[in-house]
Design a protein. Sequence first.
Length: 449
Amino acid sequence: MTFTPNQAPRPTRRFFLQAGLAVPALGYLPAARAASPNGKFRTAHIGVGGMGGADLNSIASHAQVEVAALCDVDSDRLAAAGAKHTGARRFKDYREMLSELGDQVDGVVVSTPDHTHAPAAMTAMLQGKPVYCQKPLTHEVFEARQLRTVAKDKGLVTQMGIQVHSSAPYRRAVQMIQTGVIGPVSQVFAWSNKNWGYDGGPLTNFQSPPASLDWDLWLGTAAEREFVPSAYHPGNWRKMIDFGTGTLGDMGVHIFDTPYAALELTAPRWAMTTSRPPTHVGHPERNVVRYEFPGTKHTTDKLIWTWYDGNWAPPELDLDLPRDWGISSLQLPGQGALFVGEGGLMLLPHVGEPVLMPETKFSGAARPEVANGNHYHEWVDACRGEGKTSAGFDYAGPLTEALLLGVVANRFPDQRLMWDADDLRVTNLAAANELLRSTYREGFAVAGL
Ligand SMILES: NC(=O)c1ccc[n+]([C@@H]2O[C@H](COP(=O)([O-])OP(=O)(O)OC[C@H]3O[C@@H](n4cnc5c(N)ncnc54)[C@H](O)[C@@H]3O)[C@@H](O)[C@H]2O)c1
């Protein structure tokens, strides 16, 4: 396989916002928050079925939280969540909810399908609200850059929903890598045996949406189309290019998080996917994505990251390990990451304790004591002025941009996409730049996106 860039660089316009020019005025003003009468932190939740239900429970478990409002485009799901939070106002359109409640809300939780993360989060942020947003931060690279920029410009407390980021095993793995236990890391392999892809052709089984679902609002910013049962709502939208980000965006963001944080990676130099030819309908069911990152103080002069997904993962890894390590085979879990250092290996199952290899070499290695954090409460506390979040959009933005570059790359199999993060553009394949952002449907425009 060769990695030759196949097209000459072509300049594209700079998308991203300059400091101080963050958002054109569109009638949204940062809301001066009226203190809640009981001193509680009042939350509004967008998407309350599926993971949104779990997010709602976890946020509501904070003693200082009052669930003020619930929003879902599926009335059955809204009713189920509402039955548990009887004091909360109910809405089906988040724009109406945020506009009507204004300063009666202190923070917003976004747990919708991926394509609605950015429009919902940005709408809240433009009103000056702190946001907890599910992963991956956005559906598109451009959106990730914009959320991060606006959060920074407005000084908002943010957190991306990668709750395992705060778990003791992942925190321990970060510390161990950063103390140099396996030496400079040259490669990371990561994989998920989940299959959030769809290799079939265009969908044709059109039917009326269920009575409980407002299909137009579910589509939101995406182009209009007819409803197909079991293809989109709930959950399966992940497989479709217009709504989800495939297994790489879905699971990769969890599994890549620890290497990204531990190695203090920045923007990749390039990404390249090996997968079937694009169908323009679904994400590939089987993907290999390779990235090169510039070296950091925890790596060799560059870091190669290779991702495998689909039912065939974990793959046989072709590793050239020193003979005296005595490692002849590796037992890999269904999902996880393997750090390859100059002095050893670290296997990080998803989700589990880091394992150092060769075992004989590391039998006495120190394992730092770290506490399990509560990722959700960390956000609430930070919003209330106590501590900081660990996966704010300053961190989640670049992590998501890197992952989404791989998602774009799977539309151009076997082509290395050379990446200029400063200019937010692929320098050698103009067609790839067209996929960094999409046009929002008329009536769903959001300032800054
Ligand atoms: N952090 C994790 O471990 C984890 C696990 C699962 C899912 N997720 C993330 O959570 C998000 C939701 O995934 P899911 O599996 O729950 O999907 P889902 O389709 O099961 O649920 C999405 C919910 O959002 C509602 N919704 C859709 N569009 C909406 C809109 N415009 N306004 C209000 N509500 C809307 C749906 O009706 C539904 O209740 C995704 O971003 C996914 O990546 C994260």
